[in-house]
Design a protein around this ligand. Structure first.
Ligand SMILES: *Cc1c(COP(=O)(O)O)cnc(C)c1O
Length: 359
C-alpha cells in the first residue's frame, strides 16, 4: 500500500499515525472515521485522484477515454475458465442489450478493466481475451452507449501494472466457481486498498467477508456443496439457456457474430463449451450474478454510503498481513521462536526496515 497507493497511505497516516505500516491490524483505528462525512469525502477524493491516474495511463497506452467518475469494475488475474472472466463479459453484454433495447435507460456508468495472461497453449483462455477485446471494440464505439460503458483490456499484466490497478478499483471481481480457488491474493490487495468485492464463497473471499462484514461485501452464487450437488444430479446448461431470455439473448449475440461481424463463428468453441458442458457453471450462476451486479450499481449511486463501506473494508483487512501469517506459521506449524536481528546503519531505537549486518 505504501509503495503503490501513496495517496491513500498518506490520508490514513494523517488520521491514525504510521504504525499501521508495520502493525497492519492498526488499520482498525480507521473504523470510527467511517461515520465521519468529512473524512468519507476526503477518502472519496483520494480515490478519484488515483482513478484519474489510471485513466491517464489507459489513455496513453490504449487511447481509450474512460470517465474517472464511473464505477471502475476490475478483474485482473491469470486468464482461466474457473476464474470466469467470461461470466463478467456476460454481464457487460447484458447491460449492452439493456441499452440497445432502451437507449434512454438510466444506468450507472461503468468502466470494465481486465488484465491477465493466458498460458501459451490454453486456447480457450486466449479466446476469452479475444472476446473481451471484441466486446470492447463494439461497446466502446456504439453511439447509443454514449460512453456509459467502457471495456478495457490492459496488455502485459504484471506486478508493476498491478500497482497502478489495485488502488484504482471501486469493485473487485472475485467470481470463481465455488470450490476452485485455493485462496487468491488479488482479492486481499483490492479490499485492503478500499475496493468492495463482488464474489462467490470461494478461497479467501470467505475470510474477507467474515472480516469486513457481510453488509460490506457483495455475495452471490452457488456454494461449493451446491456445486457438487448440481454436478452429481446431472447439470444441463442448456436448460438455463432456454429458461432465461436475457441469458439467451447474450449467448445468441456472441454466437450470432455481434462482436465478430467479419468472422461470425469465431467464438463457437466458447459457446459450444458453455452450452454442452459448462464445467464452471457460468449459466447456473448467471442470474444471481446479474442481480448482485444490479445491487452494486444501485449502491454506487450513493457515493457517501459507498465510501463508508470502502473505509470499513480497509479498516478491517489488517488480518491479511504477511507478518501475521508468518508469525502464526512460526507458532502453530514450525514451532520456531523469533530472534532479534541487528540492522545495519540503524540505531534500533524504533522498529523499522533495514539490512541485516551479518548478510
Ligand atoms: C496478486 C497477483 C496475482 C494473483 O491474483 P489472484 O486474483 O489472486 O488470482 C496474479 N498476478 C499478479 C501480477 C498479481 O499481482
Amino acid at each position: 500500500m505504501v509503495q503503490s497507493n501513496p495517496r491513500l497511505s498518506f490520508l490514513i497516516s494523517e488520521k491514525i499515525g504510521d504504525r499501521w505500516i508495520t502493525h497492519l491490524d492498526e488499520l482498525r483505528n480507521l473504523e470510527p472515521f467511517a461515520e465521519d462525512h468529512e473524512f468519507r469525502k476526503r477518502w472519496r477524493e483520494t480515490q478519484e485522484g488515483t482513478k484519474a491516474e489510471l485513466a491517464a495511463y489507459i489513455k496513453q497506452r490504449l487511447n481509450i477515454e474512460v470517465d474517472p467518475q464511473s464505477l471502475f469494475d476490475v478483474q485482473v488475474k491469470r486468464l482461466h475458465e474457473y476464474k470466469r472472466q467470461h461470466l463478467n463479459v456476460l454481464h457487460i453484454i447484458t447491460l449492452y442489450n439493456r441499452i440497445r433495447q432502451n437507449p434512454n435507460l438510466d444506468i450507472t456508468p461503468r468502466t470494465f478493466i481486465f488484465g491477465g495472461k493466458a498460458a501459451p497453449g490454453y486456447k480457450m483462455a486466449k479466446l476469452i481475451i479475444k472476446l473481451i477485446t471484441s466486446v470492447g471494440d463494439v461497446v466502446n464505439h456504439d453511439r447509443d452507449v454514449q460512453g456509459r460503458l467502457k471495456v478495457v483490456f490492459l496488455p502485459d499484466y504484471n506486478v508493476t501494472l498491478g500497482q497502478r490497478v489495485y488502488p484504482a478499483a471501486d469493485l473487485s471481481e472475485q467470481i470463481s466457481t465455488a470450490g476452485k480457488e485455493a485462496s487468491g491474493t488479488g482479492n486481499m490487495k483490492f479490499a485492503m486498498n478500499g475496493s468492495l468485492t463482488i464474489g462467490t464463497l470461494d478461497g479467501a473471499n470467505i475470510e474477507i467477508r467474515q472480516e469486513v462484514g457481510e453488509e460490506n461485501f457483495f455475495l452471490f452464487g452457488l456454494t461449493a456443496p451446491e456445486v457438487a450437488d448440481l454436478k452429481e444430479k446431472g447439470y444441463s446448461p442448456r436448460d438455463y439457456y432456454n429458461g432465461n431470455p436475457d441469458l439467451k439473448a447474450v449467448i445468441d449475440a456472441i454466437a450470432g457474430g455481434t462482436f465478430s461481424p467479419d468472422e461470425p463463428n469465431l467464438f463457437k468453441p466458447l459457446i459450444d463449451s458453455l452450452l454442452d458442458r459448462d464445467d464452471y457453471l457460468l449459466l447456473a450462476d448467471y442470474q444471481r450474478y446479474i442481480e448482485c451486479q444490479d445491487k452494486v450499481s444501485e449502491a454506487y449511486r450513493d457515493l457517501d454510503r459507498w465510501s463508508q463501506m470502502s473505509i470499513l473494508n480497509t479498516a478491517r483487512m489488517g488480518k491479511f498481513s504477511s507478518d501475521r501469517s508468518i508469525r502464526q506459521y512460526c507458532q502453530e506449524i514450525w514451532k520456531a521462536e523469533p530472534i532479534a536481528v541487528k540492522l545495519c546503519g540503524y540505531d534500533g531505537s524504533q522498529e523499522g526496515i533495514g539490512v541485516r549486518c551479518d548478510l
